[in-house]
Design a protein around this ligand. Structure first.
Ligand SMILES: C[S@@+](CC[C@H](N)C(=O)[O-])C[C@H]1O[C@@H](n2cnc3c(N)ncnc32)[C@H](O)[C@@H]1O
Length: 449
């Protein structure tokens, strides 16, 4: 495949994500699995698509700077300019003249002479003059928003919640890549055996300090490893692994996972149960719950039962005081996983956050009666927002004085997290910049007495 069609493929994906709201990671997966992209080009395609999406607002700032009438641009031309500016400004792999040549060819192919000369002129101006700096922007919100490509409402919201300095660091961290991590399936292989075998296959790994089952992949495409192909490893972020680790799972417990799909944490809980006891895994969408069953089967776990249901109505199926452990890994705005899913930051707004916070509280309200008297309920989200995290827990505790935060949660945290910047009396907020992991919130509650 030539470079020209590689960029054309990147442009097609960007148009579908940018204009039609498709999910970038699904389209990239599809493109890579279609075998139409040469293996040597796969990493570059991924980098160009993710990078362009990640930097969309900064690239738009450049387009507005170099194009006389930016509002008149057709959508595909705008995305072609974003894609080309991204490579010129943020990638050092391809020389500018090659980027410009390819962009002009694409413009010729898809448009007419006028468009290709506009693309040529704009890109050559940027090459000649250099890109404008963001440092000159005096308003903090606008500067951070444009320099790090986060919507202004979100920057403003984070500044109010976490301060200017922290917000800037979070936004910067969301632009960096983080190391991939995997969870070892301990019923199939010990972590030590996995490390040795991966080393023999040429992979460099380091142990996670969040989970004894976790490995950080420092070098090599782990998806190609024999251990991954044999379902001895599950791809999972370290923050996500911490959730099951903090549930005090012991063999033979009866566990509810109320929002389980696609099953990363359900299967981790089932592994920690050593395939004993039972995990009741629910999710609102029947189709999504099937993913949990498929994952459980692949990992050889037989202690998971899956069902599609609205978990706010589980009292119809389960008696009060039924479960030893409950996980509510709540539906959330996902602002902690922007690094891997850049679309999130452009598709969510403050109204979504308020709607989600309401659902989160309803989940807690309706599920908590199912917890045994001496049971533990872990609440988690993959978001960075007080409204969906601390505020939801505070509102729940205020309305339910028979529940309290389980203080042993804080003492049982892995050493590395005991002094985490995001610890409050309500729980632990992990920020994406703290440990090069996803941003997550976790806390554990129990019945008083
Ligand atoms: C953060 S995701 C769960 C991720 C999952 N725990 C894992 O580790 O793979 C939240 C899930 O909640 C589900 N969900 C949303 N509203 C729900 C409801 N009312 N009842 C049950 N599940 C719900 C969504 O379909 C989504 O799959």
């Amino acid at each position: 495949m030539t470079k020209y069609s590689l960029r054309s493929s990147a442009l097609d994906i960007l148009l579908r994500v940018g204009d039609n709201g498709a999910f970038s990671h699904l389209l990239i997966d599809q493109a890579l699995k279609s075998n139409k992209i040469a293996v040597r080009d796969q990493a570059l395609l991924t980098e160009m698509v993710y990078g362009t999406l990640q930097r969309k607002l900064s690239l738009d700032y450049f387009v507005n700077h170099f194009v006389a009438k930016p509002n008149k641009l057709k959508s595909w031309v705008r995305w072609l300019l974003y894609l080309s500016f991204y490579q010129m400004h943020y990638l050092s792999k391809v020389p500018d003249h090659a980027i410009i040549h390819e962009a002009v060819s694409i413009a010729n192919e898809r448009g007419h002479k006028g468009i290709s000369s506009l693309v040529n002129g704009v890109l050559r101006s940027a090459q000649r003059q250099g890109f404008p700096s963001f440092e000159a922007i005096s308003d903090d919100v606008e500067r951070i928003s444009l320099a790090t490509s986060h919507p202004a409402w979100l920057v403003d919201r984070w500044i109010k919640q976490y301060g200017l300095e922290k917000t800037e660091v979070i936004c910067q961290a969301n632009l960096d890549s983080k190391p991939l991590s995997v969870r070892v399936q301990p019923l199939r292989i010990t972590k030590e055996q996995a490390i040795d075998q991966l080393q023999e296959e040429g992979y460099q790994t380091a142990q996670s300090s969040f989970s004894p089952q976790g490995l950080i992949v420092e070098e090599g495409n782990i998806l190609k490893s024999e251990l991954f192909q044999k379902d001895c490893l599950t791809i999972q972020d370290q923050s996500s692994m911490l959730v099951a680790e903090m549930m005090q799972i012991e063999e033979n417990q009866y566990v509810l996972d109320a929002c389980s799909a696609p099953g990363g944490k359900t299967t981790h809980i089932a592994e920690k149960l050593n395939n004993t006891g039972q995990v009741m895994a629910y999710d609102l969408h029947e189709k999504k719950v099937d993913l949990v069953a498929v994952k459980a089967f692949a990992l050889g776990l037989s202690n998971i039962e899956t069902k599609g249901a609205d978990s706010r109505e589980l009292s119809a199926f389960h008696e009060p005081n039924s479960f030893d452990r409950i996980l509510i890994d709540a539906p959330c705005s996902g602002l902690g996983v922007i690094r891997g899913k850049p679309d999130i930051k452009y598709n969510k707004d403050e109204a979504d956050i308020m709607k989600l916070a309401k659902i989160q509280l309803e989940l807690l309200e309706n599920i908590s009666p199912l917890l045994k008297k001496d049971g533990k309920l872990l609440y988690s989200t993959c978001t960075v927002d007080k409204e969906e995290n601390e505020r939801v827990i505070e509102a729940f505790l205020q309305a339910h004085p028979d529940f309290e935060i389980d203080q042993t949660f804080f003492t049982e945290l892995p050493d590395v997290l005991k002094q985490a910047p995001g610890i409050t009396t309500t729980g632990l907020q992990i920020f994406p910049d703290d440990y090069q992991t996803d941003g997550f919130f976790l806390t554990r509650i129990q019945k008083k007495g």
